[in-house]
Design a protein around this ligand. Structure first.
Ligand code: ADP
Length: 725
């Protein structure tokens, strides 16, 4: 090989090596650059991680400091709680689910004073054991073992009932234990000695009060008896005196005696009723009665007082309401008498209106609503609640002049409550008051019933009355019956209008002339329209009205039935010729049986001479042979000697009382039962039952009244005596 070839080859090899070197250098450079990039990224990551670590370290530090602050707080709260638990007077302890004491405060441990064993770790059954063994508790009637067994059963129940235990030193502790979800028990021991002693004192005081109340009731019963017996003499004699010939002054004296004794009796009855209600001895006696009639009877009794003041007493009994109900008529009358009586008492002018409405309720019962409205002095709003309290009256100068015990409304409210009803009042001073009550009574008749129908010829009725309330009532009742009712306030106007009417209803007290004179004027003008006169005193007008033809007079307050029945009568009379003479409706005629009879043999057993005399005077003129017995023994002998037709038997008599005498008479009785009527001053509830149980047939309360004796005789001997209507 030539040198040139060798050199060329060498040069080629050198160039090749140089190119390879350049290539390797470029690769090295690129690798170096890549390495630098990685190193930079790594150092950035290291910086980031370092910052994060520093953050976490800070956070840790903060959490640790929060935790220790919270721990401190918990410790403070725990210390305070424990301090409180330690200082409270009542015992407090925790037990775990295996009944071991975890902790207890000093009050809890104090009852175990001196027993070192009693500390956290002791079990509940062991505590019970120590309580009985060391005489810490008084197990009462139970044996210690029974007591422990009972307490353990209670402790183990999921929700133990509170229990009271008595300690040796006569202190009382109520144990209240609560079992938690994990089985732990929190136990509270409350010292209730003070309240137990207070309760004992209260019970003693209650027993004392009840004894005093019983003593009061029996005192009242005795007083009632003691007062009624002499009152029988006073009332009876005054009644008899009033029947005789007296001059005006004597009559005034007698009337005063009579009124005063009646007033005294009302007070005695009020006080008695109240004490009966208070002692829960008052029971209702249910029977069928006529409510509308009862209201009318009460109104009739109060009518003279109302008319003496010129106060109109009106009754608005719902046309479509039944009138017969089952209830206690006596007590309802008492409520009505009190409410209507008060309304009349506290009203000087205007009217007193009794309104009765009702709605059929469940099971044939009727929800009745009875309202007594007056135009009297009213009651100041601040006194309204006060008036239902016992002995409470609206005491001011205006009504201090009125008499009363202040018991009426208290009794009324209780009676209505007893009947299951409610009473309320609304009132405005100087405008009037409105007392209302509800009571639900079963109806004693079908709810739909007939009202007397007026004949077709009586379609237009003229009502003449200056009292707008009365006019409104009458015209409303008429229009319900399909009658066109026109009204006017004066007789003068009525004389013009009467010609167009089929009948006229006129009030006696008209502003321009008495009603009866208006009828006279009508007749002299030749108008023969039937006229019904309504008057507060009907009897004195009866003869006058009778002479006027096709006219009748009704005593106010009138019932809707009376008005319609009377109008129907008048219209029937118009149809017949000649017209019959009219008269007072419902004449009260009592005529003794005309058939001559042998006198009735009556035995009066009564130890009080005055009362014997009163009785004899009361039955004078009744065709009676009266014999006396001065005590029960004499009564038994008198009956044995000669059987009378009837016996009136006083209950309280010396030697042998009326009940025992009756038992003797009944024991020896053969054949017909001898009527024996108790006459007694005992007015307390339960007396009647006892008296009837002893074999007596009926019951009269002193002071006895002539009509009551007549009623009894009429019931027992209807052929000889007739009842007063
Ligand atoms: P009394 O009528 O015996 O005083 P009550 O208990 O019946 O007792 O009534 C208590 C009081 O209520 C009455 O004294 C009277 O002040 C007031 N009062 C009752 N009814 C009315 C009435 N209709 N109008 C005004 N005041 C009345």
């Amino acid at each position: 090989m030539s040198l040139a070839t060798k050199l060329a080859e060498e040069r080629r090899a050198r160039l090749g090596a140089e190119r390879l070197l350049e290539l390797k250098q470029a690769e090295l450079f690129a690798a170096n650059r890549k390495l630098n990039g990685h190193a930079r990224k790594l150092s950035e990551e290291i910086v980031e991680t370092r910052a994060e670590v520093a953050n976490v370290r800070d956070e840790n530090k903060r959490v640790r400091s929060d935790l220790s602050a919270a721990n401190e707080k918990i410790q403070i709260v725990e210390r305070r709680l424990w301090h409180s638990i330690e200082t409270i007077q009542d015992g407090f302890a925790f037990f775990d689910d295996s009944d071991r004491m975890i902790m207890a405060n000093p009050a809890y441990l104090s009852v175990f004073d001196g027993l070192e064993e009693v500390c956290p770790g002791i079990t509940y059954p062991r505590l019970l054991q120590l309580m009985t063994e060391e005489g810490i508790i008084d197990p009462g009637d139970q044996t210690p073992a029974d007591w422990r067994a009972r307490m353990l059963v209670r402790w183990q129940s999921p929700a133990p009932d509170p229990v009271v235990i008595r300690l040796w030193n006569d202190r009382f502790v109520r144990l209240i234990d609560r079992r938690g979800n994990g089985g732990d028990v929190v136990s509270l021991a409350l010292d209730i000695t003070a309240s137990v002693r207070y309760e004992t004192r209260l019970k003693a005081a209650q027993r004392k009060a009840e004894a005093a109340n019983r003593a009061k009731s029996s005192f009242l019963a005795n007083m009632s008896h003691e007062i009624r017996t002499p009152m029988n003499g006073v009332v009876g004699m005054a009644e008899l005196l009033a029947e005789g010939a007296l001059d005006d002054e004597q009559r005034l004296y007698v009337e005063t005696i009579r009124n005063s004794s009646e007033a005294l009796l009302v007070i005695i009855n009020d006080v008695l009723d109240y004490s009966k209600i208070e002692a829960e001895k008052l029971k209702l006696h249910l029977r069928a009665f006529d409510l509308e009639r009862s209201i009318h009877e009460v109104a009739m009794l109060l009518q003279p007082t109302a008319s003496a003041k010129g106060v109109d007493l009106l009754i608005d009994y719902d046309m479509f309401l039944p009138t017969r109900f089952i209830g206690d008529p006596g007590r309802l009358r008492q409520v009505l008498t009190n409410l209507i009586g008060n309304a009349v008492k506290f009203t000087a002018r205007g009217h007193v209106l009794v309104r009765v409405v009702g709605m059929a309720g469940d099971c044939g019962k009727t929800d009745l609503r009875i309202v007594v409205e007056d135009t009297g002095i009213g009651i100041p709003p601040e006194k309204i609640d006060h008036i239902f309290g016992e002995f409470n009256q609206v005491e001011d100068d205006r009504n201090r002049q009125f008499e009363g015990t202040g018991l009426g409304l208290a009794i009324t409210q209780r009676l209505i409550g007893l009947m299951g009803g409610e009473i309320w009042v609304t009132s405005e001073p100087d405008r009037g008051s409105c007392f209302g009550f509800t009571v639900t009574l079963p109806a004693d008749e079908p709810v739909c019933y007939d009202i007397p129908r007026l004949p077709e010829t009586m379609r237009r009725v003229l009502v003449v009355d200056d009292n707008s309330t009365n006019t409104l009532l009458l015209t409303r009742q008429m229009s319900v019956m399909g009658i066109t009712a026109q009204s006017c306030p004066t007789a003068t106007q009525a004389l013009d209008l009467a010609g167009q009417a089929d009948a006229v209803v006129v009030d006696q007290a008209l502003p321009d002339m008495p009603g009866v004179d208006m009828i006279r004027n009508l007749r002299s003008a030749g108008t023969q329209v039937p006229v019904l006169l309504l008057a507060q005193q009907a009897a004195p007008l009866a003869a006058d009205v009778a002479g006027l033809g096709r006219a009748a007079v009704l005593q106010k307050p009138v019932s809707r039935r009376q008005v319609f029945a009377q109008l129907a009568d008048l219209s029937a009379a118009t149809a017949r010729e000649p017209p019959p003479q009219s008269a007072v409706s419902n004449p009260a005629t009592v005529s003794p049986d005309p058939a001559p009879e042998a006198p009735l043999d009556v035995l009066l057993a009564e130890d009080n001479r005055t009362n014997q005399l009163v009785f004899s005077k009361m039955v004078k003129g009744l065709n009676i042979d009266l014999r006396y017995a001065n005590n029960g023994e004499e009564a038994v002998q008198a009956v044995r000697k000669q059987r009378p037709d009837i016996v009136f038997m006083d209950i309280s008599m010396p030697r042998m009382d009326g009940k025992e005498a009756t038992r003797h008479i009944r024991a020896a009785e053969q054949g017909d039962r001898l009527p024996i009527i108790a006459v007694t001053a005992h007015a307390m509830q339960g007396d009647k039952e006892q008296i009837l149980e002893a074999g007596l047939d009926d019951y009269l309360t002193k002071p006895i009244r002539k009509p009551e004796i007549k009623r009894i005789l009429a019931e027992r001997f209807p052929a000889r005596f007739r009842a007063d209507p």
